[in-house]
Design a protein around this ligand. Structure first.
Ligand code: FPP
Length: 251
C-alpha cells in the first residue's frame, strides 16, 4: 500500500504571482498607435493588477518588465521604455509606499541608465521596511543571467574558502538567486497568447502553476486577474507525488 502523505489542502490563494506581461506592441498596432503607447497602456494594466493583488492578499507580485533579450529591440523603443520606467517610479512611489508595498528590483541593474538605477535604489530604500505586499520588478532580467550571477557568487566564495563546493545544495543556490528570501511563484500568468517561459524565472518556476491567456497585456483587467486566481484554485498541487499519495486534508 502506498503511504499516503497527509498534506495541507491546496492554498486557495497563491502567495506569489508572477506575470509575463506580453502583447503591448500588438495592442498598440491594433489601435493604430505607436508601440510606446502600448507600453504606457501596459503600465495602467500593471497598476490594476498591483491593486487587485493587494486587495486579494497576495504576498508577492513579480512583473517581468524588461528581459535580457529586450535590449535587442530598436534603440527608440528601449530608450522609451527606460524613460517610462523612470517616470513610473517617480509617479507611483508615494502611493506604493502609502500602501505598505515593498519594492524590489531583480536584474542586471548595472546595465540600466544611471538615473533609473538611482530611482530604483531610492525606491528600494524608502520601502525596505514595508511589510505589506512585495512588488518585484524584473528589469534587464533573464533566468539564465540569474543562474550565472548566482554561480559566480558561489564560485567566488569557494575560491576564498568561505564555502566548500560539497556544501552547495538547492537551498544554498536558492539563497544566491535574485528572488532569495521570497517564496517561489505559485502561479505564473502569461498574457498575449504565447505559451512559453521566455527565460523568466527558470529555477523558481519548477513547480509553478502556469496560466496562459490570449488577452493582450494592456487589456488585462481585474476580471482577468480574478480568472487567473480562480484557475489557481482549481489546480491540485502534487509536488511530484502521485494522486494516491496526495490526501487532501479538509479543514
Ligand atoms: C511586452 O509587450 C511588454 C514589455 C516589453 C515590457 C513593458 C511593460 C510595461 C511597460 C508594463 C508595466 C511596466 C511597469 C514598470 C510595471 P511586447 O512589446 O512584447 O508586445 P508584443 O509581443 O505585442 O510586441
Amino acid at each position: 500500500m502506498v503511504p499516503r502523505s497527509r498534506i495541507a489542502p491546496p492554498p486557495v490563494l497563491p502567495r506569489h504571482v508572477a506575470i509575463i506581461m506580453d502583447g503591448n506592441g500588438r495592442w498598440a498596432l491594433a489601435g493604430g498607435k505607436a508601440r510606446l503607447a502600448g507600453h504606457r497602456a501596459g503600465v495602467r494594466a500593471a497598476r490594476t493588477v498591483v491593486r487587485g493583488c493587494l486587495e486579494a492578499g497576495v504576498d508577492v507580485l513579480t512583473l517581468f518588465a524588461f528581459s535580457s533579450e529586450n535590449w535587442q529591440r530598436p534603440a527608440d523603443e528601449v530608450n522609451g521604455l527606460m524613460r517610462l520606467f523612470v517616470e513610473v517610479l517617480q509617479r507611483e512611489i508615494d502611493e506604493l509606499h502609502a500602501n505598505g508595498i515593498q519594492l524590489r528590483l531583480i536584474g542586471a541593474r548595472e546595465h540600466l541608465p544611471e538615473i533609473l538605477r538611482r530611482r530604483i535604489a531610492a525606491a528600494e530604500t524608502r520601502t525596505a521596511a514595508n511589510t505589506g505586499m512585495t512588488l518585484v520588478l524584473a528589469v534587464a532580467y533573464g533566468g539564465r543571467w540569474d543562474l550565472v550571477q548566482a554561480t559566480r557568487r558561489l564560485a567566488a566564495k569557494a575560491r576564498t574558502g568561505d564555502l566548500a563546493p560539497e556544501d552547495i545544495d538547492e537551498t544554498v543556490l536558492g539563497r544566491h538567486l535574485a528572488l532569495a528570501g521570497l517564496p517561489a511563484p505559485d502561479l505564473l500568468v502569461r498574457t498575449g497568447g504565447e505559451r512559453r517561459i521566455s527565460n523568466f524565472l527558470l529555477w523558481d518556476l519548477a513547480y509553478t502553476e502556469l496560466c496562459f491567456t490570449d488577452v493582450l497585456w494592456p487589456a488585462f483587467g481585474a476580471d482577468d486577474l480574478a480568472a487567473a486566481l480562480e484557475f489557481f484554485r482549481s489546480r491540485q498541487r502534487r509536488f511530484g507525488r502521485t494522486d494516491e499519495q496526495v490526501e487532501v486534508v479538509a479543514d
